[in-house]
Ligand binder design. Structure first.
Ligand code: HEC
Ligand code: HEC
Ligand code: HEC
Ligand code: HEC
Length: 213
């Protein structure tokens, strides 16, 4: 019995130490990469300036189709100063463009100075969109980061192809095909359900016709 209080005090000391360690390790929470590097990922080259869509696209016409689509899209056409919404231009997603257009050769800008949107981690890709879409737009995107898709490294651009045309929404008739490209497992289930439903409808029809007689 004598050992009991000392065991208890040992436990107390251990707990205090553990709590102190826990707190200090929380205080020391660090980013997964140096802040400067992270800023570069999101903002692009920090030594570049924003020049605006017109300056971006006037020197090279390789992007004429893409630019026309952008200007007629909701992002480029309807989000105007009067709406009070954050204005969108090429640089909102690609980062500042002064270095890229400062070095145009053979109708090609120095695109390596833009944010490498296809190469950055999927979480960073989505952040490019979420800087506007977590406070504006759909409320449900505010919970995006903890969604199953985000956790599984699916990014906005896996579903929304920004430059496919003037429409950034996923067209209604393309939604099922889109989901099924990754969720092959549901196809079998759905087909089974459709079969069951058809049998059910058939039986119901028979029963109803029975009543009518
Ligand atoms: C809302 C965000 C967004 C805006 C605004 C935007 N882009 Fe993009 N752009 C992307 C993303 C994301 C990609 C990479 C994925 C893809 O190709 O869909 C991309 C890819 C590109 C590419 C490479 C295409 C390829 O085939 O690899 C070019 C060129 C481009 N954008 C030019 C522009 C120009 C010019 C503008 C302005 C008129 C613009 N973008 C506006 C998000 C945007
Ligand atoms: C600079 C701010 C900004 C950025 C960055 C941005 N958006 Fe948007 N987006 C808007 C605004 C403002 C609207 C119009 C209001 C709305 O629909 O909420 C919009 C609308 C949309 C729509 C609806 C389009 C339609 O035709 O109905 C989609 C889809 C969309 N954005 C996807 C994206 C994706 C994907 C990205 C990242 C590649 C992105 N946005 C980046 C501000 C932004
Ligand atoms: C798994 C595929 C998928 C992912 C990932 C995804 N979306 Fe969507 N999103 C959709 C579908 C499907 C719709 C509904 C399409 C419609 O409204 O016609 C939609 C709707 C939207 C709309 C509303 C369009 C409107 O006005 O009705 C916005 C804005 C949007 N998404 C932005 C984003 C952004 C930003 C991200 C990343 C943070 C994202 N989405 C990630 C599939 C996706
Ligand atoms: C780029 C691939 C991809 C596309 C496209 C995609 N998903 Fe997913 N989805 C995933 C991954 C990966 C997971 C995570 C699976 C896990 O956590 O086990 C997931 C998870 C989900 C979940 C959660 C499942 C659960 O058990 O809680 C739902 C619901 C879902 N997706 C619906 C959709 C819908 C609806 C679409 C079409 C608009 C879609 N997905 C398009 C890859 C994708």
């Amino acid at each position: 019995m004598r050992g009991f209080p000392s065991k208890l005090s040992c436990l107390a000391v251990a707990l205090v130490l553990l709590a102190a360690w826990g707190c200090s390790s929380l205080k020391e929470s660090s980013t997964s990469m140096p802040i400067k590097e992270y800023e570069k990922l999101i903002a692009g080259r920090l030594d570049a300036d924003y020049v605006g869509t017109d300056s971006c696209v006037e020197k090279c016409h390789t992007h004429d189709r893409l630019t026309k689509d952008f200007r007629t899209s909701l992002h480029g056409g309807q989000v105007t100063a009067g709406t009070g919404m954050p204005l969108v231009n090429c640089e909102s997603c690609h980062g500042p463009g002064s270095l890229a257009i400062g070095n145009v050769r053979n109708e090609t800008c120095d695109f390596k100075t833009f944010i490498p949107l296809k190469e950055i981690p999927s979480g960073a890709q989505s952040l490019v969109c979420l800087k506007c879409h977590s406070s504006f737009s759909l409320a449900n995107l505010s919970g995006w980061s903890s969604s199953r898709h985000a956790v599984a490294n699916v990014s906005c651009s896996d579903c929304h192809q920004i430059h496919k045309g003037p429409q950034q929404k996923v067209a209604r008739d393309e939604i099922t095909d889109l989901c099924v490209t990754c969720h092959k497992e549901v196809v079998g289930k759905l087909e089974g359900m459709v079969e069951k439903f058809n049998t059910l409808a058939e039986n119901l029809k028979k029963t109803l016709s029975h009543f009518r007689i």
